[in-house]
Design a protein around this ligand. Structure first.
Ligand SMILES: *[C@@H]1O[C@H](CO)[C@@H](O)[C@H](O)[C@H]1NC(C)=O
Ligand SMILES: *[C@@H]1O[C@H](CO)[C@@H](O)[C@H](O)[C@H]1NC(C)=O
Ligand SMILES: *[C@@H]1O[C@H](CO)[C@@H](O)[C@H](O)[C@H]1NC(C)=O
Ligand SMILES: *[C@@H]1O[C@H](CO)[C@@H](O)[C@H](O)[C@H]1NC(C)=O
Ligand SMILES: *[C@@H]1O[C@H](CO)[C@@H](O)[C@H](O)[C@H]1NC(C)=O
Ligand SMILES: *[C@@H]1O[C@H](CO)[C@@H](O)[C@H](O)[C@H]1NC(C)=O
Length: 234
């Protein structure tokens, strides 16, 4: 009998808890937030959402760990924003602010670097030699499984020319570098992405925006943010 009473009490408690969480979830929808169904194309840095009639979109915001909030005002009646190149491997939060009668209401999308921690390629760097050859190299992530395979993709900042590495440098079958003999179409800043696959686990990506500008000498190395940071701290 007592057990039954306790059980009923427990269920009553559970019920009120449930009601409370439901009430909390109801709060934002009471403001009539449009469900924008936001999508983020990380390769093109393009945020898009479902257009809704009679809705104006005030701004798109990317909250970046290193660079802070980056704001873009979308064109009128356009339901997308294209950001310039930023590294995304630490994850970003994306927002679209919708105009409403009361105030701008943001809708948020969290873009995370999915996959196992420590599986991404590390110590990524590139250098140009003989004026128009480039070699890039990286190391296996310390927690990457044995069967990991990495792929390098390069895109110019105008998003006109994108390519996969044409000639990988391997270490026991794993891609750990890239040799390029055609640097045409590359701009002052270019976006580099190393992603990967494995049968056993999701593999995180590493990406970086590297500057071409100061390359004149063959000794000039382009280091990614992360390897530079670990160099100065170590
Ligand atoms: C959009 O606004 C117009 C004019 O105010 C109105 O006639 C129409 O019903 C609205 N459409 C929607 C989907 O709310
Ligand atoms: C936002 O909405 C209000 C009310 O509908 C309108 O008066 C205002 O012009 C809108 N602002 C922008 C920037 O669209
Ligand atoms: C991966 O690392 C992040 C940040 O270092 C941490 O928040 C997260 O819980 C870790 N994930 C796993 C599955 O260990
Ligand atoms: C990556 O770079 C760090 C710092 O320069 C170094 O300590 C580490 O051994 C390197 N890891 C690999 C796998 O090369
Ligand atoms: C660049 O990589 C290629 C292919 O592995 C190699 O033959 C060449 O020696 C490397 N160049 C330099 C300067 O390390
Ligand atoms: C790596 O990124 C490129 C460019 O976005 C994409 O085409 C490719 O499918 C990705 N590969 C993996 C294994 O995620």
């Amino acid at each position: 009998m007592r057990l039954l009473a306790i059980t009923i009490l427990f269920f009553m408690l559970l019920d009120t808890m449930l009601l409370q969480t439901l009430a909390h979830q109801d709060l934002p929808s009471a403001e009539r937030v449009p469900r924008l169904n936001m999508k983020f194309d990380s390769w093109r840095m393009k945020l898009s959402w479902d257009c809704e009639e009679n809705t104006t979109y005030l701004e798109c915001v990317m909250i970046h760990k290193e660079n802070g909030p980056i704001t873009i005002i979308p064109q009128e009646k356009e339901c997308h924003c294209e950001f310039s190149d930023y590294s995304l491997h630490d994850g970003v939060t994306l927002m679209v602010k919708v105009n409403s009668t009361q105030r701008p209401i943001p809708e948020t999308l969290v873009y995370a670097n999915s996959g196992g921690n420590g599986t991404a390629a590390q110590n990524f760097s590139c250098f140009i030699y003989n004026a128009n050859f480039m070699n890039c190299s990286w190391a296996k992530g310390q927690a990457a499984p044995d069967d990991v395979q990495y792929f390098l993709y390069i895109r110019d900042s105008r998003k006109r020319r994108e390519r996969e590495c044409p000639h990988y440098i391997e270490d026991s079958g794993t891609h750990v570098g890239c040799h390029l003999e055609d640097l045409s179409g590359l701009t002052n800043y270019n976006y580099f992405l190393v992603n990967g696959t494995s049968q056993r686990t999701g593999v995180q990506f590493f990406d970086s925006v590297l500057s071409w500008k100061k390359i004149g000498s063959s000794h000039h190395r382009l280091y990614s943010h992360r390897s530079r940071a670990s160099k100065t701290s170590g």
